[in-house]
Design a protein around this ligand. Sequence first.
Ligand code: ADP
Length: 188
Amino acid sequence: MWIVFIGPPGAGKGTQCSRLVELLGIPHLSTGDMLRDTERDSPLGKVVASYIDVGRLAPDYLVMPIVTKRLAERDCQSGCLFDGFPRTVHQADLLGEFLTERKMRIDAVLHLHVAPNVLVDRLLKRATLQNRKDDNKETITSRLEVYRTQTAPVLEHYRGQGNVLEIDGDQSADRVFADILTALESRK
Ligand code: ADP
């Protein structure tokens, strides 16, 4: 099963993805985590950090090789859960081509929506719990803007294909998870 999770920063994608991968037994592919795993002091890591730390998207020439390398691994042969990818319509097209070449397609797109004011509060709270350099007021504003201008069109792209499932992310994590399961069940 190939699932794409789309939602703004702070919507709770990471939390829900961990639960879902456990249940479905498919790998969790978070491009944010993979990019953050690049050694910060290496030349590549410095380039990656120059985007992430200010809330801009890393360019495709950095993101795509990381994704395709991971997809070539054994555990990803019959599906995975994409978290934070695709984040642009161009990335969605590249993923579409990759899957079509292998005679596969995306089974479901989960859209986790939460109001912007709730997101800012959540991210500022997270900043005090985790040590993420991009969880500060200025960078959060820029990440939300990048989401609105570059990632929201990805949803339209998938809506055109008719496989978007709408999930209300402004509820307890348990309720959100229950809604995700109901939505996935309903499309069978
Ligand atoms: P969040 O959804 O909270 O912003 P992520 O961990 O998904 O957190 O992403 C953190 C940062 O990593 C993004 O702001 C961006 O700089 C970079 N990033 C993650 N995924 C991608 C992607 N698919 N394309 C480009 N940049 C990405």
